[in-house]
Design a protein. Structure first.
Length: 266
């Protein structure tokens, strides 16, 4: 009978207890003697869990749940505090607080936010949070008015000074490929910049109106190459060919950036 224990502190990316049940599967790794084990936990409100009866190890450990992404590690690696990312497909909607006055100021009409479906609301809140963050050198003040909002991007009128700002902030922004972006009607794309993050980059694709020269931007957040953090790689999860804003929410959470709303699970 094994005498070792595996202790885990398990939360969501927001450090709150996870919704169970979740299953922990352990298989001997390498030439380790021992048998595979499986334990299922469903203790609402708890974050500390222990699996007993193990051999000295190491074990390959997998944590699985219908609501959260797979998390895997080796038992001798001391995982510490384990944070699980929500599966985007398990989200039924969002719970958003009252809007920040700065965000309300760029919306095209009173009550506009309430007319949006949950995914477009999430997209807008993600971009607002990222654009005001230190990783973008607080680029939000250059945004003027929302012109069009999609599930994975927002088109906004922007101040012309944004071009110099993006060009003159090389520590935060670099030039990016603009060819995959389509301009608004009567606009022509001329430059694109992306924040220098390993993941959840914000991209400003600038365009100019052909008649009056006013500037607009296609603003989106890219999942880039995803994150490996014990979690299965968080790669592009698409809905109708577009980036899922709930996935972006989790990427922001993983980097300690709070998008300002909660994901509601089915």
């Amino acid at each position: 009978m094994g005498t070792s224990k595996l202790r885990m502190t398990l939360t969501g990316l927001d450090y709150a207890p996870v919704e169970g049940p979740f299953t922990v599967t352990l298989r001997p790794a390498g030439n380790t003697a021992g048998t595979a084990m499986e334990a299922t936990f469903n203790q609402p409100g708890e974050t500390d869990f222990t699996v007993t009866g193990l051999n000295a190890g190491p074990y390959a450990v997998r944590i699985e749940s219908r609501n959260y992404r797979l998390y895997s590690f080796f038992s001798n690696a001391n995982p510490g505090k384990i944070r699980l990312a929500i599966r985007p497909g398990r989200v039924k909607g969002i719970l958003a607080p009252p809007l920040h006055p700065d965000l309300t100021a760029i919306l095209p009409a009173a009550g506009y936010f309430d007319t949006l479906d949950a995914m477009r609301q999430a997209c807008l809140l993600n971009i607002f949070a990222k654009a005001r963050h230190v990783t973008t050198a607080n680029s939000f003040p250059f945004v003027r008015t929302v012109l069009r909002l999609e599930q994975d991007r927002v088109f906004c009128r922007v101040a012309p000074e944004i071009l110099a700002f993006l060009e003159e902030t090389p520590a935060r922004f670099e030039k990016a490929d603009k060819t995959l972006h389509k301009p608004l009607k009567d606009y022509k794309i001329f430059k694109s910049f992306k924040s220098r993050d390993d993941h959840a980059n914000i991209q400003f694709t600038l365009m100019r109106h052909s008649a009056d020269g006013t500037m607009a931007a296609d603003i989106d957040i890219d999942e880039a190459s995803g994150i490996r953090h014990g979690l299965e790689v968080l790669r592009n999860q698409v809905t109708g060919g577009k980036t899922n804003p709930y996935q972006v929410h989790q990427l922001l959470r993983l980097t300690e950036l709070d998008p300002g709303y909660e994901l509601l699970l089915r």
